[in-house]
Design a protein around this ligand. Structure first.
Ligand code: BV8
Length: 251
């Protein structure tokens, strides 16, 4: 049985979403891929082809060479600034209007969900465009003078760092708590555009399943999570998510 559309949304899934009380969505880099934002596992282009994000997105890398880390983040900020939300982002805004409650947790730091119109986005790994003082921890807005390629805190002169969660750093408590509450309460959990390799985000689907939710994966490829999903929608989120929304609210 199919729920219609050309990518074949199973009718059982359409019914489950149509009758759900609370949908929880976890997105990863794959959702932004169709906006032209490189994912982590595809080889980055140019200068960054020889650097592994796992070695750049760490406190140790920043301590060792803050200017190199800032060049990487400024390169990524330029890419995202040129990017636009894609049909997958927009479909999630529509989905939030079609279910009683939708919690959107993203591993992405690009802010594209918010630019598409999603509200109350749980930024599990922070935001690329936020600057924080490395010394005081506070968010610093506005222009910051650079010394040796590193922006400095206007109050203490310390290094500013991007407001993202690096490997080895804790997930912000508010995001962690909000995500845990959503996984506990939801009855449908979507894992969209993520390889499900980075923890603790990769554990959210299992937490939702343990609380009785059905788990749906949207990804062109198999992932670590695929074996534990109730539905596997193989394809790009920019095609599948609009199809799902059209099945729920035709026309
Ligand atoms: C922490 C911000 C502890 C920075 C990122 C077990 C439990 C807890 C921790 C660990 C654990 N095991 C290991 C760890 C340590 C580590 C970890 O998970 N390591 C991995 C590599 C094994 N985790 C941590 O360090 C975390 N911190 O646990 O701290 C602690 C506790 C208390 C006190 C102190 C410390 C922090 C992890 C956060 C790291 N920060 N981002 C930045 O961006 O620069 S992670 C970063 O990489 C992204 O945010 C994202 O999460 C991840 C990339 O994953 P994906 O989003 O899935 O992207 P990927 O490219 O892998 O996959 C894309 C997918 O999309 C693919 O499947 C592809 O097929 C698909 N796709 C492609 N095109 C499309 C598509 N899908 C749909 N449509 C398309 N068009």
């Amino acid at each position: 049985m199919r729920g219609g559309g050309d990518v074949g949304i199973p009718a059982a899934l359409v019914e489950a979403v149509r009758h759900c009380r609370h949908a929880c969505v976890l997105t990863g880099a794959g959702v932004s891929a169709e906006s032209g934002v490189p994912t982590f596992r595809e080889a980055a282009t140019g200068l960054w082809a020889k650097y592994d994000p796992l070695t750049l997105a760490t406190p140790e890398a920043f301590l060792e060479d803050p200017a190199l880390v800032w060049r990487w983040y400024n390169w990524r900020r330029e890419i995202v600034a040129e990017a636009e939300p894609n049909p997958g982002h927009h479909a999630l805004v529509r989905l939030a209007e079609l279910v009683p409650r939708l919690s959107l947790i993203t591993q992405n730091v690009d802010g594209l969900h918010q630019r598409a119109g999603s509200r109350d986005v749980i930024e599990f790994h922070g935001n690329l465009f936020v600057n924080r003082c490395q010394v005081e921890g506070a968010v610093v807005t506005g222009h910051a003078a650079e010394i040796d390629g590193v922006p400095r805190c206007p109050t203490c002169g310390g290094h500013l760092r991007p407001g993202v969660v690096w490997f080895g750093e804790a997930i912000p408590a508010r995001a962690l708590d909000a995500a845990a509450e959503a996984c506990e309460a939801c009855d449908v959990f979507f894992s969209i555009g993520t390889s499900a390799l980075v923890w603790p985000a990769a554990g959210l689907a299992a937490a939702a399943k343990a609380s009785g939710a059905i788990v749906v994966e949207v990804n062109p490829d198999e992932t670590e999570l695929s074996g534990n999903c109730d539905f596997r929608l193989r394809g790009k989120s920019g095609r599948i998510l609009p199809e799902l929304v059209n099945c729920l609210a035709p026309g």
